[in-house]
Design a protein around this ligand. Structure first.
Ligand SMILES: *Cc1c(COP(=O)(O)O)cnc(C)c1O
Length: 485
């Protein structure tokens, strides 16, 4: 019997992840053939959902999913049921709201109303140490020791804080290596840090591009570029998962190569935290940062995450200091003698934003019901399913997937590339009318991200059906065009 129709459990999913997801696609195919249905049929999707929904990694019920009719672009005449859940595949941009979030925020609003300033010390969760409620769960999600993590600020701020400590140009060791297509905010951080040090960004920034005709970087090329940079490499900083292509880099070997030539390796985990089973500690990365509003579902503008490896603790590294990095014992003495905390807390600046922190807590409580290894296994199945269904449509429309096909080299997101900007945009609009929420990135890519925690096989199946219809419509089948106007 197909494993997916039999005894699939948490351990089975973790094992699939440990094996790099190599068998994900064949498991799906054998399940469909055992059911004597085509892979893209709603029956296959609902059987898989029924099997997997019993496991702790299936947490859709813990989240609020917008309905079809609530979305601004939906054409309800194209919907069988306007009240049904929309197909939300954009957790890479803003994760869904956990059902508990409102309650946790309300509790703190009540404490503020009822206790005023006393809320700092009393109530169920005193505010002064409120971040203690999210540190160890955050650490579990990114594969870190709790002492290596701080939850504070937002992503770009945290990236700057890391660069202050880990971009210390001296003489010819002054270069920052990054992927040429880095997220704009990250690039601006690199460029402005060079200027802060009085250096010319053109001379010190070292962007890496994929080979001619290729969409993603090869590890061997990154390592070769690091070796070529040698003692000029000061800091390497990559997005762990590239936001546009969905490529997951080989963090451990790239980090080791940068450190071997005397550089530091920083990773922006915006698209990786809550998506893949990160092992920041074991991979030996020097520093990392992430946002929590994408796969970590903490809400728009949510609080950021920050990691400094324990080997750098207590070493008096240069940092931007604030009173919250001061040892707790003397923090409120208001003296002027800097006595930093002994771990990543030394990098904290300000007292924590309570509402943002408990909003993150609501989501981390859901993550704590499962493990990142189980989630990664579930995610590899979902994305393999998405890939199989998209590839069935790829031939005719000139559609391609630019995300690596090896499950080890990607997270949950697939980036679909269209032959023209027009076809991409019109297909995107067709998806919107059908209650499918994905995102469009200029010029001709649609990003599709089945979030491991709450998306299911039916979401992916409904997406593929809507994609087929929308592409047809965009290609100008006369009947479809008419129906549209
Ligand atoms: C989402 C994202 C950002 C956004 O930065 P904020 O400081 O949170 O506004 C930056 N960089 C990357 C790589 C991202 O994916």
């Amino acid at each position: 019997m197909a494993a997916l129709l039999g005894a699939v459990d948490s351990a089975w999913l973790s094992q699939l992840a440990a094996e790099g997801g190599a068998s994900a696609a064949s498991e799906l195919r054998s399940a469909a053939s055992a059911l004597q249905q085509s892979l893209n049929s709603p029956e296959v999707a609902s059987v898989l959902d029924a099997r997997l929904s019993l496991l702790p990694s299936s947490q859709r019920n813990a989240f609020c999913v917008p309905s079809n009719k609530a979305l601004p672009q939906t054409d309800t005449s194209l919907q069988a049921s306007p009240d049904a859940d929309c197909v939300y595949l954009v957790g890479n941009s803003l994760g869904l709201q956990p059902r508990r979030t409102r309650e946790l925020i309300s509790e703190e609003l009540d404490n503020w109303a009822n206790l005023g300033v006393n809320g700092h010390f009393c109530g169920k969760r005193p505010w002064l140490p409120i971040d203690e409620n999210v540190i160890s769960k955050s650490a579990a999600v990114v594969g870190a020791l709790p002492s290596e993590v701080a939850v504070m600020n937002s992503l770009t701020v945290n990236l700057h804080l890391l660069l202050v400590s880990f971009y210390r140009p001296q003489g010819k060791r002054n270069r920052i290596m990054y992927e040429a297509a880095a997220f704009g905010s990250d690039f601006f951080a690199f460029e402005s840090q060079a200027r802060v040090h009085g250096l010319d960004p053109k001379e010190v920034l070292l962007p890496l591009k994929p080979r001619e005709g290729e969409e993603t970087l090869r590890t061997e090329d990154v390592v070769a570029a690091i070796e070529a940079a040698g003692d000029t490499l000061c800091t390497l900083c990559f997005g762990t998962i590239q936001y546009y292509t969905g490529q997951l880099f080989d963090v451990a070997p790239i980090t080791a190569a940068a450190q071997k030539v005397g550089g530091k390796a920083l990773w922006d985990c915006a698209h990786a935290a809550g998506n893949i089973d990160l092992k920041l500690h074991d991979w030996g990365v020097d520093g990392a940062c992430w946002c929590s509003y994408k796969y970590l579902n903490s809400g728009p503008g949510g609080i950021g995450g920050f990691f400094v490896h324990e080997r750098h603790h207590g070493k008096d590294l240069p940092l931007l200091a604030g009173w919250w990095g001061q040892k707790q014992a003397s923090r409120f003495d208001m003296g002027h003698e800097w006595q930093p905390e002994a771990d990543a807390s030394a990098w904290r600046l300000s007292n924590p934003p309570v509402l943002q922190t408990v909003a993150l807590m609501a989501s981390l409580e859901v993550f704590a019901r499962t493990s990142m290894s189980e989630l990664r296994g579930r995610s590899m199945l979902l994305t393999a399913y998405l890939e199989l269904l998209v590839l069935e449509l790829a031939g005719e429309g000139g559609l391609s997937v630019i995300t690596p096909s090896d499950p080890k080299s990607r997270g949950c997101q697939l980036s679909l590339k269209f032959p023209s900007e027009r076809l991409c945009l019109e297909t995107f609009e067709g998806l919107e009318r059908r209650g499918v929420v994905v995102d469009h990135r200029k010029p001709n890519v649609i990003r599709v991200a089945p979030a491991p925690l709450y998306n299911n096989f039916s979401d992916v199946q409904r997406f593929a059906k809507a994609l087929a219809e929308s592409m047809q419509e965009a290609k100008g089948e006369p009947a479809a065009k008419k129906a549209k106007s």
